[in-house]
Design a protein around this ligand. Structure first.
Ligand code: SF4
Ligand code: SF4
Length: 302
């Protein structure tokens, strides 16, 4: 995985005195970890080390989802995102979609492998009954089958493409999400290649989104951990608006409470409360993952 370019941080200054706080500028996005940390895959770069056996964050129930939707409906949320783990492992997925669509548009992050023709058709029927839109983001990590499957597992390439095709046939425009394994400067060329690749594979009107690798979970095990000086300081935000960070406008709901963002759900200090409303306060950017967000200008949103 390629990490974003290094920005100089003075090593001699005491880091503890320099931790900036990100303000809550206005909540517009709510994430829901409905797949918990349970996944049918074991990708070598998974920053929350999801596996079929990892129930550290359990699947969210429909009742939990409904409770958070209802208690946060007056907070100005415009977009809902669901992720995991793998969202298609949640047995209440269709009912969860229905519940979310009553409040706003919903984007799903998925590895695409469990999407059957019948499920895609059921989603299309759900979409036909709602004024709010369903969107899907399917992950691959290379346009080369061998390279992709070395990271994500056997047959992932074929099955993810099959899932994308079923979604396309059911009328859903689909995003391809890839964790960057090339230089950021090569993003435009990669985007052109990825869009052409999706059209060749029967996905009309495709879009792509590239994400940086976070040195957490499996990627920390398989590549390296963050260096001690990979931290943000106040100086990091002299020429970069801190409110560009997604944690300035979103929160992550899980079965275990509400966290600052989708990246830090395994970090106890990132658990900000039981309800979304009580988490609408500044958050200290103490974690090295914040450095990746800063240098890559990263947002998990589409
Ligand atoms: S990266 Fe995504 S698909 Fe891979 S193990 Fe993690 S949650 Fe599952
Ligand atoms: S990891 Fe990124 S999104 Fe999460 S708190 Fe840090 S800067 Fe914000």
């Amino acid at each position: 995985m390629k990490l974003a370019p290094h920005i100089p941080i003075p090593e001699k200054e005491p880091v503890i005195a320099k931790i900036p706080e990100v303000p809550m500028a206005g909540l517009d996005t709510l994430w829901l970890q409905i797949g918990g940390t349970v996944c049918n895959l074991t990708c070598t770069h998974c920053f929350i080390s999801c596996t079929p056996q990892n129930h550290n964050h359990p699947l969210m129930t429909l009742a939990q989802v409904r409770q958070h939707l209802e208690e946060s409906k007056h907070l100005g949320i415009k977009d809902y995102y669901i992720t995991g783990g793998e969202v298609f492992l949640n047995p209440e997925l269709l009912e969860i979609y229905e519940a979310i669509l009553a409040y706003g548009p919903c984007t799903s992050l998925t590895n695409g492998m469990l999407i059957s023709k019948e499920k895609a058709q059921a989603l299309a029927e759900l979409q036909a009954r709602s004024k709010n839109k369903l969107h899907f983001r399917v992950s691959l990590d290379s346009l080369d089958e061998k390279e992709n499957d070395a990271i994500r597992g056997r047959n992932c390439f074929k099955l993810a493409l099959r899932g994308m095709r079923y979604l396309a046939e059911a009328g859903f425009p689909t995003h391809l999400t890839m964790v960057r394994s090339w230089d950021e400067d090569d993003d435009p060329a990669m985007e052109t290649k990825a869009l052409a690749f999706m059209r060749e594979h029967g996905v009309p009107n495709p879009q792509v989104k590239f994400l940086p690798g976070f040195l957490l979970g499996e990627l920390a095990e398989n590549e390296r951990e963050y260096h001690p000086n990979e931290r943000v300081t106040e100086q990091c935000f002299e020429n970069f608006p801190i409110t560009n960070l997604q944690c300035s406008s979103s929160r992550m709901v899980t079965a275990k409470g509400v966290y600052v963002c989708p990246i830090l759900i395994e970090e106890e200090p990132a658990r900000m409360g039981d309800t979304v409303e009580e988490t609408l306060r500044p958050f200290p950017l103490y974690h090295s993952a914040c450095y990746t967000c800063r240098v890559s200008g990263m947002s998990c949103k589409s």
